[in-house]
Design a protein around this ligand. Structure first.
Ligand SMILES: Nc1nc2c(ncn2[C@@H]2O[C@H](COP(=O)(O)OP(=O)(O)O)[C@@H](O)[C@H]2O)c(=O)[nH]1
Ligand SMILES: [Mg+2]
Length: 235
């Protein structure tokens, strides 16, 4: 518990961007570079938070420490979705190997990217194996999430931001894995088929029941391994 409070204090200190920021970041540097950072993007309501809740459970069952940063790039657009996010992830609120935090805009998009990067650094240094970043992934932060995360997963749901033409111009360009969530809804298979003509892998998930989550975890691991082969870590 003390550890969690220290993490919160460090992130808050970095967010205020005071003179201690550089010193703190330098102090964390030797302990960094271990975490796998996974961006979970997608249209509001597609099921990102529900998918993340399932991913937390899956990674915890593998013994991993899991951090979640819910990045609200525009609360006017998401209409305070963060509160819902908290509720959907609260199964894990008593687990001290899970850390969940919302990151708000504070009226400065560039500042948010910096604060998110800093928070990743803190969680990484604190020994978190997995850091999940939830963000809606529209507009300019598509590029930002691609820079922050090693693996980007785009969540779509039938009838919700699944228009292939629109997606081709956007997040599909940076996503490594596409999840068609709400497989229990009509139209999920059609969405799956049309996306598979453009990108791969595309996976079918029902986040509310957890169906398809093991395949998603596998796909994320495979992507991480492909990165390690491409760019071996020095030393
Ligand atoms: N039927 C169904 N509903 C889902 C599924 N996944 C999420 N939802 C619901 O969709 C709504 C939005 O989910 P949420 O995770 O908050 O989406 P987010 O805005 O992308 O984070 C919630 O009411 C969820 O319970 C699913 O697989 N099937
Ligand atoms: Mg959400």
């Amino acid at each position: 518990m003390g550890n969690i409070r220290a993490i919160s204090r460090a992130i808050t200190l970095l967010e205020t961007n005071g003179p201690e920021r550089t010193v703190l970041l330098e102090g964390l540097e030797p302990f960094s570079g271990h975490a796998h950072v996974i961006g979970i993007t997608g249209y509001p309501g597609a099921g990102k938070s529900t998918v993340i809740d399932q991913l937390i459970t899956a990674y915890r069952s593998h013994g991993k420490k899991v951090g979640v940063l819910a990045v609200d790039i525009s609360s006017s657009l998401t209409g305070g979705a963060i509160l819902g996010d908290r509720i959907r992830m609260q199964h894990h609120s008593l687990d001290d190997r899970v850390y969940i935090r919302s990151m708000g805009t504070r009226g400065h998009p560039g500042g948010l990217a910096m604060a998110t990067r800093d928070a990743i650094r803190v969680l990484d240094a604190a020994g978190f194996d997995i850091v999940l970043i939830e963000t809606i992934g529209m507009g300019q932060e598509e590029g930002e999430i691609a820079q922050l995360a090693q693996t980007v997963v785009d969540v779509v749901a039938p009838g919700l931001g699944d228009d292939v033409q629109a997606m081709k111009a956007g997040i599909l360009e940076v996503a490594h894995i596409v999840v068609v969530n709400k497989a229990d809804h009509q139209g999920a298979h059609e969405t799956l088929q049309s996306l598979r003509e453009w990108v791969s892998p595309v996976l079918l998930v029902t986040a509310t029941t957890g169906e398809g989550i093991p395949s998603l975890v596998e796909a994320i691991t495979r992507h991480q391994q492909s990165l390690e082969i491409e760019a071996p870590v020095p030393g």
